[in-house]
Design a protein around this ligand. Structure first.
Ligand code: F6P
Length: 341
């Protein structure tokens, strides 16, 4: 078989580990051939490829990013996009595709599988917001990066008696904020699933200073104030209709300082959370996903995604993974609330 591989959406530590596992098992165990598609769905859409064989994947296990490149190109939104992909795959002799991505990339994979193409998905996102899998690789690395930053911010916050706000990624789901806030001993954690009350946040900040400690506020980029409490500016939209976020940390910095009188500073971790080498946990998870994805293709499966259930890798319908996001249940958030203030 000749199999195409692509990585789409925001990059994520562990992508290269998946590619390596797919190619190593695909070539060495099953005798398949691979074509690397460049830059997400742009590759199959425009027929942009790169060689993908065992030498091409040597040494990439610990490397962040993706050797295939990535983009947020959405072929379903482009006139004739799906037909162009079908034609390019035919011209290149590609029998099946492995699409490694998050909700957007796998949403396209779902649509293509429904239209008769052979596609197997691998879930990836630092946000951990894909349904039908317990965890996605990249999340553990992102959380560790955020915790390292929070640990460092604690000492400078104490020295200057400041409130420090740490803005982490997560536009619809607050998993990174919740886990890094819990692990880093945050004073308050704000997530998109639970609109916040600024007065309450300020009360937590004051209470913390009263006990002679400096507060750390961890906020997901998609967190919003409760209706009618604070106005936020709207951002631009990308090809999948997502708002470009960023700015809630700055709003909190300004509001906390004005309302409590304590000096405040924000740190936006941004793309640092997605860069660099994956943790051991993410390397193992990504490798296992890759091994099971090539098994699925080899066995002629399509329209499925590999997923982590407990400690097992299973196959689930792609549609189950992409129909809605996995957000933080409010009872999970309540566990963390015990430590607020
Ligand atoms: O989906 C992953 C993610 O890192 C989100 O957490 C974040 O909101 C978004 O990508 C940022 O996208 P971009 O890299 O296109 O700015």
């Amino acid at each position: 078989m000749r199999i195409g591989v692509l990585t789409g959406g925001g990059d994520c530590p562990g992508l290269n580990a998946v590619i390596r596992a797919v190619v190593r098992k695909g070539v060495e165990v099953y005798g398949h051939e691979f074509v690397g598609f460049r830059d997400g769905w742009k590759g199959p859409l425009e027929g942009i490829t790169m060689p993908l064989d065992v030498p091409a994947v040597r040494g990439i296990l610990p490397r962040g990013g993706t050797i295939l490149g990535s983009s947020r190109t959405n072929p379903v939104k482009i006139d004739g996009g799906v037909d162009r992909i079908r034609q390019n795959l035919r011209d290149l002799g590609v029998d099946a595709l492995i699409a490694i991505g998050g909700e957007d990339t796998l949403g396209v994979a779902t649509a293509l599988a429904e239209q008769g193409l052979t596609v197997v998905g691998v879930p990836k996102t630092i946000d951990n917001d894909l349904n039908a899998t317990d965890y996605t690789f990249g999340f553990d690395t992102a959380v560790q990066i955020a915790v390292d930053a929070i640990d460092r911010l604690h000492t400078t916050a104490e020295s200057h008696h400041r409130a420090l706000i740490v803005e982490v990624m997560g536009r619809h789901a607050g998993w990174i904020a919740l886990h890094s806030g819990l692990a880093g001993g945050a004073n308050v954690i704000l997530i998109p699933e639970r609109p916040f009350d600024i007065d309450r946040v300020c009360d937590y900040v004051k209470a913390r200073f009263e006990r002679h400690y400096a507060p750390i506020i961890v906020v997901a980029e998609g967190a919003t104030p409760a209706e009618g409490t604070l106005a936020l500016q709207a951002g631009e939209l990308d090809a999948f209709g997502h708002v470009r976020l960023g700015g809630i940390g700055q709003v909190l910095e300004r509001e906390i300082e004005a309302r409590t009188g304590f000096e405040s500073r924000q740190t936006v971790l941004g793309h640092v959370q997605r860069g660099g080498t994956p943790t051991a946990y993410d390397r193992v998870l990504a490798t296992r996903f890759g091994l099971h994805a090539i098994d699925a293709v080899h066995e002629g499966d399509s329209g499925v995604m590999v997923a982590l259930h407990g400690t097992d890798i299973v196959r689930v319908p792609l549609s189950a993974a992409t129909k809605e996001l996995k957000v933080v249940p409010l009872e999970r958030y309540a566990e963390a609330e015990v430590f607020f203030g």
